[in-house]
Design a protein around this ligand. Structure first.
Ligand SMILES: [Zn+2]
Length: 259
């Protein structure tokens, strides 16, 4: 097994595949259905997530992209069936919004125990054709599991969360996670972000499964974020909001831990 990745189980049919050796601590999720498996994001593209997933299941794999940022599409190159939200399909096929040099700088930003086979000079941003274009409220059917696509723009224009109502899981991508936001993409929009949080707030959620950092996120976090955002978001302050947002999330977690 490739030591770059860590694998844990959320339940008997749901794995989390994590890249803890990198400062971004990216998580991908493998959902095992009766007909096929869904892989939510493919990480940085440092290790071979294709080989790893093959060892976990023999079922066909469909990859779904929460958003087209380099830390979520790195392993897309190992898969044939790729879903992406309509608003970001061009980023995937031909016009990724950030230059490769900047992506590499971000990858190397903090010391990291990269595997010996990894060479930063060979690192490329995935560009390829999706096999399915997603729209808001589409369902992905795994036979016995259904994932609802929820368009949650803000972090990026075509960002989606995936909601599994039966288990009350929210795969939140970069909409909700605990940690500092890396808002180096110029298309991040705090106002849209707030609207998306409000949409998510209406769902019945038992577990938030984020794309980065701590896996034990208190679901009350969403309510706290909304409460604070309403106070903070006034138009002239929009640029400052995203930075403050994640410190609020972090603070909220620590507050909740004490109660
Ligand atoms: Zn990310």
């Amino acid at each position: 097994m490739d030591e770059w990745f860590s694998i844990d189980k959320i339940d008997n049919e749901t794995y989390v595949i994590s890249e803890y050796k990198h400062w971004e601590e990216t998580h991908c999720y493998l959902l095992v259905g009766s007909n096929k498996c869904l892989l939510i994001d493919t990480g940085l593209g440092v290790g071979n997530i294709g080989n790893l997933v093959e060892k976990l299941t023999k079922l066909p794999i469909e990859v779904v992209t929460t958003h087209v940022h380099s830390d979520h599409i790195g392993g897309h190159k190992y898969f044939k069936n790729i879903d992406v939200y309509d608003a970001e399909k061009e980023w995937l096929t031909s016009s990724f919004p950030i230059p490769l040099d900047l992506v590499k700088l971000n990858l190397l930003k903090e010391p990291c125990d990269f595997p010996s086979y990894f060479d930063i000079d060979d690192y490329k941003i995935f560009q390829g054709n999706p096999t399915l274009i997603l729209h808001n409220n589409d369902y992905i059917n795994l036979g016995n599991r259904y994932l609802q696509v929820i368009h949650t723009p803000g972090h990026s224009p075509g960002h989606i969360c995936l909601y599994e109502s039966e288990r009350e899981y929210l795969f939140s991508g970069d909409l909700i996670y605990a940690g500092t936001l890396e808002a180096f993409y110029p298309t991040t929009d705090p106002y849209e972000f707030m609207q998306s949080i409000k949409i998510i707030k209406k769902l019945k959620i038992n577990k938030i499964l984020p794309a980065h950092h701590n896996l034990n996120i208190n679901t009350n976090l969403i309510i706290d974020v909304v409460k604070h955002l309403i106070t903070f978001i006034i138009p002239e302050n929009l640029n400052k909001v995203m930075v403050r947002l994640h410190s609020i999330i972090l603070k909220s977690i620590f507050d909740n831990e004490g109660t």
